[in-house]
Each structure stands twice: as structure tokens, then as C-alpha cells.
Design a protein around this ligand. Structure first.
Ligand code: MG
Length: 389
């Protein structure tokens, strides 16, 4: 039986890697649905190659271009943000790969969990914003949530060496990004080019900026809380510049189980697709003798304020992670547009958290309202402040 896959966000870095993995696993996997936000050209090329039954573009403005490029296409063409929810709950789909950037992918991830799918989660936002809703929906429907995020895939793999109640600590590794050794002052004034120059991983611009602030790791701490049902007190972050040890689990007997590999997203993507089995992969093997040494150091929470905030937000929980994530998305967009300094990203996030009154046990609608509120607060700050320099 061929496994049937829907890829939400197929033109991004994770989406493209997923298609490469599926191509290599041919004929065991079949692409049923593809979606993109705006890249009609690449989406059309993917559709021609993989011949899915459904192709969706969420940005309505790009629908005409997609239709044009796919004239004669035999499947269904969809447009609009709601189309993701339809694709995520298609009867014929077994696995939904959620790789939509930002909070936009949340309703679809939730729909996939409610529909009892295997949900391979590459974007952290669904678990960060709606961890409670998503894990509850999965429990009720029997859906399986599998991580594609490399650190969480590593933890998930290491977890198989013991039982959840035998875990002493989850240790998430972080490369430290381009500013690992920069001073606070250098970081505050960093340019877009400097922030986008990630030393080990090749990723999309939003997540690359998140790695530079270490916001990415902060979101991953919250993600791990929900994915593994662990209190934040049991989650640690360790800087590991080589990005070879993708994360570790320390068990109560003192054993530490780590997952290692070259920094290539095709490994965690393939594991999420083939779990609980392993099959031959296309990623390069690890040559540890060529690396010679692996380094580890504790993160500097004084310089990486986003990470310090992340631990606090994970402890507070409720609606705090929603504000934390939404304010960051808005602030990163402002930074990439050249409106604010690098250092202002975390200042804006902190401001939104300060003025927010935390609420708990929220519906999806309420979460999305708080998400929108936080974005508006960032815009308000931006219009009040003099920007760059
Ligand atoms: Mg990661």
C-alpha cells in the first residue's frame, strides 16, 4: 500500500526537501496534495512532476498565475487560506506534512489532528501556540504527531531508549547562530546580511533570523513541552556549534542517548514519513573522524534574551506563547523589511508580553484573536518609534 501524503507549504525549504525524500522513496509514497502561499511558478512545476490530485495556493492574488501555468491539469485547483484545512482533512490522505511558515498553518494542523491523520510537524507554531488544543485533538482522534524539527526528531528517536517517566532531562542543542560570539552591542546593530548568514543550516529567512536571536530555540523549548509532555524544568539548551548532535535525552540512570547526523533536514523528514521503520536514505553519512571534535557550551541568557524569555513563557503557558510567537513574527518581518534594528526584535516581543494579561484554556478562535492583537501591538510600536538608526 502506497502512503498518501499532503504537503502544506511545498515550495519552502522543508517542502522541497520533503519532495526530494518522497522521490527517493518512490514508489512507496504518493503525493496527493500540494500547497504554497505565493510561489505559483515552483508550485506548478512540482505539480507537473508529482501529479497530485489537489493543488492549492493560499494567496488569492497568485491563483490566476497558477491556473495559467497548470492549464490542462487534471486535478483540482484551490485557492485561499481555508483550502489548507480542506487538504489536511482529505479522506484519502494518510500523512499531512505541515511546513507552512508561521501561525498561518495552525488551523490546518488542527484539522489534520482532528481527522486522525499522521501529522508530521515541521513548523513549530502549531505546538507553540496551540499545544494544548493540538495534543488533546490527537489524543481524542488517535492522530499521531511526529516531529520534523531536527532537535525534536532527535529527542523522539532518543526517547525510544526508555520510558517517559525514566527521563531526567531533554537537552536541546543549538548551533548558537551567527552571533554566538558577538557582543551585545554588535548584535543590536547587526545587519540583515549578518543575521541571515547561518553557519551550519540552510533554511528559510524567517527561521534563520530566529536562529540568530535564538528565538528559534525558545520556540523549540515550548514545542518540546507539548510534544513530549515534559515540564519545562526538565528541558535544557546546550550550544553545539557543529550541529552534529541534534539533541539528547538524559535518563534517570545517568545514560544520555543522543542522535547524530549531518545537518540535513532530509533525515528527520524521512524518519517522520517512514516511522516506525527506517529505510535507506539519501542524506550523506556522518564522517566523525573528519570533524575531529565536537564542542558544547552553555547558552548566554544575558545576550540571548529571547531564550531567557522563552523559558519564562513556557512556564507561564496559557496565551503567553501565542503573544511570544506572534510578536516575533511581526518583529522579524519588520527587521527583514529594514524597519528596525536586530536588537529591537526581542525588545518588541518583551513589550508585548509585558502588556498582555495571560489567559488559559483557549479556543482556536480566541488564540487567533490574541495572535492578531500581538501583531497589532508591534505595528503600533513601529508607528510610534523612529525606526532604523
Ligand atoms: Mg530546529
Amino acid at each position: 500500500m502506497r502512503k498518501k501524503v499532503a504537503i502544506l507549504g511545498s515550495t519552502g525549504s522543508i517542502g522541497c526537501n520533503t519532495l526530494q525524500v518522497i522521490e527517493a522513496l518512490h514508489p512507496a509514497y504518493e503525493v496527493i496534495a500540494l500547497s504554497a502561499n505565493s510561489n505559483a511558478d515552483l508550485l506548478a512545476r512540482q505539480a507537473k512532476q508529482f501529479k497530485p490530485q489537489y493543488v492549492a495556493i493560499t494567496g488569492d492574488a497568485h491563483y490566476a498565475a497558477l491556473k495559467d501555468e497548470l492549464s490542462g491539469f487534471e486535478g483540482q485547483l484551490l485557492s485561499g487560506a481555508e483550502s489548507l484545512v480542506d487538504l489536511a482533512s482529505l479522506d484519502e490522505v494518510d500523512i499531512v506534512v505541515c511546513a507552512v511558515v508561521g501561525a498561518a498553518g495552525l488551523p490546518a494542523a488542527l484539522a489534520a489532528a482532528k481527522a486522525g491523520k499522521t501529522v508530521a510537524i515541521a513548523n513549530k507554531e502549531p505546538l507553540v501556540i496551540a499545544g494544548e488544543l493540538l495534543t488533546t485533538a490527537a489524543r481524542e482522534s488517535g492522530a499521531v504527531l511526529l516531529p520534523i524539527d531536527s532537535e525534536h526528531s532527535a529527542v523522539f528517536q532518543a526517547m525510544q531508549a526508555g520510558q517517559p517517566d525514566e527521563v531526567r532531562k531533554i537537552i536541546l542543542t543549538a548551533s548558537g547562530g551567527p552571533f554566538r560570539n558577538a557582543s551585545l552591542d554588535e548584535m543590536n546593530q547587526a545587519t540583515i546580511e549578518q543575521a541571515l548568514a547561518h553557519p551550519t543550516w540552510e533554511m528559510g529567512p524567517k527561521i534563520t533570523i530566529d536562529s540568530a536571536t535564538m528565538m528559534n530555540k525558545a520556540l523549540e523549548v515550548i514545542e518540546a513541552v507539548w510534544l513530549f509532555g515534559m515540564p519545562v524544568e526538565k528541558i535544557d539548551v546546550l550550544i553545539h556549534p557543529e550541529s552534529i548532535v541534534h539533541s539528547m535525552v538524559e535518563f534517570i540512570d545517568g545514560s544520555v542517548i543522543a542522535q547524530l547526523g549531518t545537518p540535513d533536514m532530509k533525515v528527520p523528514i524521512q524518519y517522520a514519513l517512514t516511522w516506525p521503520k527506517r529505510v535507506k536514505g539519501i542524506a550523506e553519512g556522518l564522517q566523525l573522524h573528519q570533524l575531529g571534535q565536537l564542542n558544547f557550551e552553555p547558552p548566554d541568557l544575558g545576550r540571548f534574551k529571547a531564550l531567557a524569555l522563552g523559558f519564562e513563557v513556557a512556564k507561564t503557558s496559557g496565551s503567553a506563547p501565542v503573544v511570544f510567537n506572534a510578536a516575533n513574527e511581526a518583529a522579524v518581518a519588520a527587521f527583514l523589511d529594514g524597519h528596525i534594528r536586530f536588537g529591537q526584535i526581542v525588545e518588541l516581543i518583551d513589550h508585548c508580553l509585558q502588556i498582555h494579561s495571560v489567559q488559559s484554556h483557549l479556543t482556536l478562535e480566541a488564540l487567533l484573536e490574541i495572535d492578531a492583537w500581538a501583531r497589532r501591538q508591534v505595528q503600533k510600536q513601529l508607528s510610534q518609534k523612529t525606526t532604523v538608526n
